[in-house]
Design a protein around this ligand. Structure first.
Ligand code: ATP
Ligand code: MG
Length: 578
């Protein structure tokens, strides 16, 4: 049973879609898209956008495209393209069509020619600095560019020569003619094209002029027949520009443009997409900007984009977070217009909830201490049957070897226990999980006085199925049989940052100063055989220790490597670190 996330919770975007359908808008169609820029790996924040866009389409029988927003050739790479596709699928979604904004470069160009021909755009020769100086401020209007009144013929000629590669980078831009005195700076004659003599990962050297995001995005939406263009709140002020472009270009009523779309195998749009903004997902104890995550990778502060401590989707996957836990998080966080920061513990709670239901139980010891059962024969060998899941019989049972010498967790024994310690102490009793009650009779120590083995006797009357099995003792501890246990590399991960807001630089420190030095610890532990031979990416609850996953890359049968996804309880809250 996994958590399915058809947006069960109503939210304002879902409500808009419901209302639009009821009103017959877009002929009742629903089409969304997830539009990542392939300049890095996806992170947990992107999961919110993915769940929302694909979730809405799925719920209403609509379509959702994966569109690579690849209009900025300098920062993009195929490695990112491939990882994004894999991450979307891993999250449980599939796209109707895979598109690239660069598929529409010719369309963008034709739209710009139309705007120029209609006197709605011009070629501007101001330098970047001059443009800034002309732009004005929040309180002062800007000034018209001296090139604003060029004739249509001159503008068209210059634009075609820009395309032909006649001018160097930065020499000219194409700008819309909107309103230099607008209170919304986005409308002060924004640039829609700039010159960049660089190769593009999808179109090679076919182009040396590249469109700006706002201009390309709305046209891409229109070309794909997107009905609801969902984006994050920072684009709210860009919506008037989005609407302006679509209104002035008016794709559905432009015979030449629609003919050119059809010629390219694209469907001519019939309606106009509507941009709707929602708040970003932010998590405490982490940073979620691709730029900062890239810096962590480039400076080797983590072991790559998929380091299990990274908030990337490939990182949390490797960490052992199931995709259903991320869908549950997105469902729980909801979709609103209020910016907020979600506690990392909410995500960890979702992971525990999912894994508690879906992960089989196994026995493992990560800090071993030898326990010898003196009243069993040296060659005693038994096979015990353990349920794989305490709450779900469908998980079946497994065989667990049991013998005279076991590994137990070092912290489950104390020679001089504090008050309230309910596990093993000299002369005391404890239950060995699934075996019965043992009493500690004596200790072996090394030359330095360290306990190296605990000698016990097993009360044979307390074995499972016998009348004495119900005898009460305070503690139950886990164990593995020393002879059959398999040595494993166990990676104990914790939060990457040790402060709630690593982005806060008001004290002069940056997120790099807040890296948690204890975020990764590698130990050698012992596993019962049924854990050691699991396939990579199998998740287990190691009883009493937490949820662990067989590492996606490094784990192999005979050489097990497990990553801790989460502890069983929220240790940060307990330690007062929250
Ligand atoms: P970053 O700042 O991390 O680079 P971005 O917004 O530039 O993020 P894009 O690749 O442009 O990343 O994002 C693709 C889609 O995912 C966009 O629609 C964007 O709004 C959305 N998105 C990005 N980050 C978040 C977030 N934290 N919460 C919700 N949606 C997000
Ligand atoms: Mg971006």
């Amino acid at each position: 049973m996994t958590h399915e996330a058809p947006l069960q919770n109503n939210n304002f975007i879902r409500q808009i879609v419901v209302d639009d359908r009821a009103a017959g808008k877009h002929e009742g169609r629903v089409a969304t898209r997830f539009p990542p820029e392939p300049n890095g790996y996806l992170h947990i924040g992107h999961a919110k956008s993915i769940c929302l866009n694909f979730g809405i389409a799925r719920e209403f029988g609509g379509r959702c495209n994966l569109r690579f927003d690849d209009t900025n050739p300098t920062k993009e790479d195929v490695e990112y393209v491939e990882s994004i596709k894999a991450d979307v699928r891993w999250l449980g979604f599939d796209w109707d069509e895979l598109r690239h904004a660069s598929d529409y470069f010719e369309v963008f160009y034709q739209c710009a020619e139309k705007l120029i021909s209609d006197g709605k755009a011009f070629v501007c020769d101001l330098s970047a600095d001059e443009v800034r100086a002309y732009r004005g401020t929040l309180t002062e209007p800007g000034r018209n560019s001296p090139f604003r009144d060029r004739t249509v013929e001159e503008n068209l000629d210059l634009f075609r020569r820009m395309r032909a590669g006649e001018f160097p980078d930065g020499a000219r831009t194409v700008r819309l003619k909107i309103d230099m005195s607008s209170g919304n700076i986005n409308l002060r004659d924004p640039a829609i094209y700039r010159i960049r003599h660089v190769e593009h990962q999808n179109t090679g050297d076919a182009w040396c002029i590249y469109p700006m995001y706002d201009y390309a995005h709305c046209i891409s939406d229109a070309v794909e027949g997107i009905t609801h263009s969902l984006c994050t709140l920072e684009f709210e002020d860009h919506r008037p520009l989005y609407d302006w472009c679509l209104r002035e270009i008016d794709l559905p009523h432009h015979p030449e443009l629609t003919a050119s779309l059809t010629a390219r195998g694209l469907t001519a749009p019939t309606g106009t997409p509507q941009q709707i903004e929602f708040s970003r997902l932010n998590l405490d104890y982490t940073v979620m900007s691709k730029r900062k995550l890239m810096a962590l990778v480039d400076d080797h502060l983590v072991d790559g984009w998929d380091d299990p401590r990274m908030p990337t989707l490939s990182g949390v996957r490797r960490r052992g977070f199931p995709p259903a836990a991320l869908r549950l998080l997105c469902d729980r966080v909801g979709v609103t217009k209020q910016n907020s920061v979600i506690e990392f513990s909410v995500l960890e709670g979702c992971v525990r909830e999912e894994l508690d239901v879906n992960a089989a139980r196994r026995l493992a010891v990560i800090d071993p201490l030898k326990l010898v059962i003196d009243n069993l024969a040296a060659d005693h060998a038994e096979t015990l049957s353990f349920p794989n899941h305490p709450k779900n019989e469908a998980f079946g049972t497994r065989n667990v070897p049991f013998s005279r010498e076991l590994w137990i967790e070092r912290e489950d024994f104390m020679e001089v226990p504090p008050k309230g310690f309910h596990r093993l102490v000299p002369g005391g009793e404890v239950r060995l999980r699934g075996v019965g009650i043992v009493r500690c009779e004596s200790l072996d120590k090394d030359a330095d006085g360290n306990v190296v083995a605990v000698h016990c006797t097993l009360d044979a009357d307390t074995r499972p199925g016998l009348p004495g099995a119900d005898r009460k003792v305070k503690g139950t501890i886990h164990w593995v049989s020393a002879a059959q246990a398999v040595a494993a590399e166990i990676r104990l991960y914790d939060r990457l940052f040790n402060v709630a807001d690593p982005d806060d630089d008001s004290d002069g420190k940056t997120y790099r100063d807040h890296l948690n030095p204890d975020s990764k610890r590698t130990v050698q532990g012992w596993l019962e055989p049924a854990a050691a031979d699991a396939a990579p990416e199998t998740a287990f609850q190691f009883e009493r220790l937490g949820f662990f996953v067989a590492d996606r890359y490094d784990h192999a049968t005979g050489r097990p490597v497990f990553n801790r996804a989460v502890t069983l309880r929220d240790s940060w809250a307990k330690a007062g670190k929250n």
